[in-house]
Design a protein around this ligand. Structure first.
Ligand SMILES: *Cc1c(COP(=O)(O)O)cnc(C)c1O
Length: 389
């Protein structure tokens, strides 16, 4: 049985007419960049996310870059980021000649560990970028307290977590100063190319984000500040507008699949419960835990952009599953502090043991909402076969 990591075809087929019409509407309007389609999209996201302002941009990476430009990050400024994330989280800091300062992660959620942040703060620290990795909120309350105490900006990387909620019910991205999202096709809300969004509740930041999205001219061709080309295409806006009303249903499907995997692993005797962080006889597979699951009224407490298990013989398992037509992926094999491009920052192996454990043992299983129960059962059966063999 074939189990792809992600198959976007069934989603397209379920909305084909609406999506095709939306794309044609843009072709007929001949309005390709920004314009009314993007404006309507921004209004719909403000409403959906509960944010005062939303600004469509060219990608999730550009959302982060623009956010750092909007707070006017200067060369030499330090930005605290988790060492375990997609490259863009740290790359954008270096691109502005800032210094990414790495921290270890919480071993349960794999998100930045708030207890590690304060000891990294120096007079040069300007901002913190918490990442809501794999679809679950970072622990924002202590992060916001630290930021307030030290007067730091908080830029949330919600690229994998649009619509996920923190324990207080707010959507990730709307808690810090600026929230960033990606519409890369494999994210939970994907467009048909590159696209992204930034949100903020702050009017001054909104102004900077808007003008720096288009090179910083104000009025056009008169530049007090420098921006870039971070504009969003109308076609991408039209596509996400069709998809947005379905996002909650898709998240529910992902949560259903996650719950099913968890039950199957426990029934197979490969794990005892979610949220364990050490391997032993009864926990040979470490399962992801939705830490805000029991909070009253939360629906999108985890939107499972990925369902990440951790397992000691990860690379062998990945090969074995591939031989059985099950695609998986390794996120992220090398934490930032061990990346060659950051060697001059002087970190070494062993500096962040929790992130290193995650990098060495995590494996993403197929979790997209349209998977059949047979496929989920097949995946866990094959993992059980591997563990026994
Ligand atoms: C995907 C992703 C990004 C970048 O988004 P793009 O749209 O691909 O540029 C940034 N941060 C994280 C955590 C991501 O997963």
């Amino acid at each position: 049985m074939k189990v792809p990591l992600l198959d976007l075809k069934p989603q397209y087929l379920s909305l084909k007419k609406e999506l095709d019409d939306a794309i044609l509407r843009v072709a007929e309007s001949q309005y390709f960049i920004l314009g009314p389609e993007v404006k309507s999209m921004e209004e719909e996201f403000c409403e959906f996310l509960g944010s005062k302002h939303a600004i469509g941009v060219s990608s999730g990476t550009d959302a982060l870059l623009l956010a750092l430009m909007a707070i006017d990050l200067k060369p030499g400024d330090e930005v605290i980021v988790p060492t375990y994330s997609f490259f863009a989280t740290a790359g954008v800091v270096s691109r502005l000649n800032g210094v990414p300062v790495f921290t270890d992660i919480d071993p349960v959620t794999l998100n930045i560990d708030p207890n590690e942040i304060e000891k990294k703060i120096t007079p040069k620290t300007r901002a913190i970028i918490p990442v809501h990795l794999y679809g679950q909120s970072a622990d924002m309350e202590p992060i916001m307290e630290i930021a307030k105490k030290h007067n730091l900006a908080v830029i949330e990387d919600g690229a994998q977590a649009i619509s996920a909620q923190y324990k207080d019910g707010r959507c990730v991205g709307t808690i810090g100063d600026i929230g960033c999202y990606s519409f890369f096709p494999s994210k939970n809300l994907g467009c048909y190319g590159d696209g992204g969004l930034v949100v903020t509740n702050d009017d001054e930041l909104e102004h900077m984000l808007r003008i720096k999205r288009v090179h910083g001219g104000e009025p056009k061709y008169y530049h007090k500040v420098i921006g870039g080309n971070f504009r969003l295409d109308a076609i991408q806006a039209a596509v996400v507008r069709v998809k947005l009303p379905h996002l909650n249903d898709w998240s529910e499907g992902r949560r259903r699949n996650a719950a099913r995997y968890t039950q199957l692993f426990i029934d197979a005797g490969l794990a005892e419960e979610t949220g364990r962080t050490e391997f032993d006889e009864n926990n040979r597979v470490l399962l992801p835990k939705a830490v805000y699951e029991d909070v009253d009224g939360l629906t999108n407490y985890h939107i499972y952009n990925q369902y990440i298990i951790r397992i000691e013989k990860r690379d062998e398992l990945k090969r074995f599953l591939a031989e059985n037509e099950i695609s998986t992926e390794i996120y992220y094999p090398v934490p930032f502090h061990l990346q060659e491009c950051f060697a001059d920052l002087g970190y070494k192996e062993g500096d962040f043991p929790k992130a290193e454990q995650a990098g060495n043992t995590s494996l993403a299983l197929p979790i997209y909402p349209e998977l059949s129960d047979e496929q989920l059962v097949y995946v866990v059966d094959k993992i059980k076969e591997f563990m026994k063999g």
